[in-house]
Design a protein around this ligand. Structure first.
Ligand code: AHM
Ligand code: MG
Length: 335
């Protein structure tokens, strides 16, 4: 059997092979992975660590924060602020950007994260995760502004997530495919367990919160109606449904066996956006999915081409198996 490869060794080999990972970025990814290990420990302790339940606070979106939302946010900031690789961070759980304090050296990267995705699953012992995205600070601008973060997803230099499930697994791209690392708890290291992950272009499985159906736009209703019609309908095949309500877990399943994930805009939203956040959720997941041969759109356009106008922008999301994403996108464009 081949010798197991640690995340550290994988990143060093990538750095040597194609220069996609400069030294500072490698350090950044190692630090993010270390922070995820810390979050994983807190998640595993659950009630024994007094980490379950709500805190007495709301985030900028007006959502009640869970204790673990806050703990995960702090772990990521504390791990990343002193290493000299970052200029600033932005998080789903913070109103504005967090500039690296000037007692530490400033690096050239920007880190964005959803520290604890799937918050509604924390207290019920269902998989949750951390999603992250890395951008380069635009050259020539002094200091760091929020506007430095407003870059299209196609500008990401690294993206990934860590899922805290039956295993703790880190999934990563730096632009040359998707690799998966499983946490070896005895060693305390992430070990490479799958490389070059590919999403099949066709699928018989969709993931969407069906309880919102009456609020959807016509193209989404049409797509789901046709799936539900099964083998006697226009699609000529039966479909299965899964909805974990943790984007990390739903996207992880799609990376492992295909499927389409949808969080469409619905008519209760005044802006034509969805629930999910462009910078912390949609962009990193879309890049991972595209790197695995899948597709990701907001129903009309490729997500990675969208120019963000604000940090906490929301977006409709359709991602996963290419032919299904193209089909539902085509239904929107045909309107
Ligand atoms: P969160 O970041 O506050 O946890 O919210 C995002 C989550 C996604 O992980 C998941 O796909 C979605 O919200 C589930 O929403 P719903 O409860 O409406 O089904
Ligand atoms: Mg989230």
């Amino acid at each position: 059997m081949a010798k197991p490869i640690s995340l550290t060794r994988y990143l060093i080999e990538q750095q040597r092979a194609d220069g996609l990972i400069p030294g500072q970025l490698r350090l950044l990814l190692e630090v993010v992975a270390r922070a995820c290990k810390g979050i994983s420990q807190a998640v595993n302790k659950g009630a024994l660590g007094n980490v379950l339940g709500s805190a007495d606070s709301e985030n900028v979106q007006g959502e009640v924060q869970k204790k673990l939302d806050i703990i995960a946010n702090e772990v990521l900031i504390e791990a990343n602020e002193w290493g000299g690789h970052l200029a600033a961070m932005a998080s789903e759980e913070m109103d504005s950007i967090y500039v690296v304090p000037n007692r530490y050296p400033q690096g050239e990267y920007l880190l964005l994260f959803d520290p604890l995705d799937g918050s509604s699953n924390i207290d019920v012992n269902v998989s949750i995760g951390t999603i992250f995205s890395v951008l380069k600070k635009p050259e020539g601008s002094p200091g760091v502004q929020e506007s430095d973060f407003l870059q299209a997803g196609s500008k990401q230099v690294a993206a990934g997530y860590c899922i805290y499930g039956p295993q703790t697994t880190l999934v990563l791209t730096v632009g040359n495919g998707v690799a998966m690392f499983t946490l070896d708890r005895e060693q305390g290291s992430f070990m490479l367990t799958q490389e070059d992950i590919q999403i099949p272009a066709d699928t018989r499985e969709f993931a969407v919160n069906m309880s919102n159906m009456r609020h959807w736009d016509a193209p989404v209703k049409r797509y789901i109606d046709e799936c539900l019609a099964g083998k006697d309908g226009p699609r000529g095949k039966d479909f299965n449904m899964r909805w974990i309500a943790s984007m990390v877990a739903d996207v992880h399943r799609i990376l492992m066996r295909g499927g389409i994930f949808m969080y469409p805009w619905d008519s209760r939203e005044p802006e034509k956006a969805g629930k999910l956040r462009l910078m912390y959720e949609a962009n990193p997941m879309s890049w991972l999915v595209e790197q695995a041969g899948g597709a990701a759109t907001n129903g009309r356009q490729r997500i990675l081409d969208l120019d963000p106008t604000k940090l906490h922008e929301r977006v409709a999301v359709f991602l996963g198996s290419k032919n299904e994403v193209e089909r539902v996108t085509g239904y929107h464009q045909a309107l």
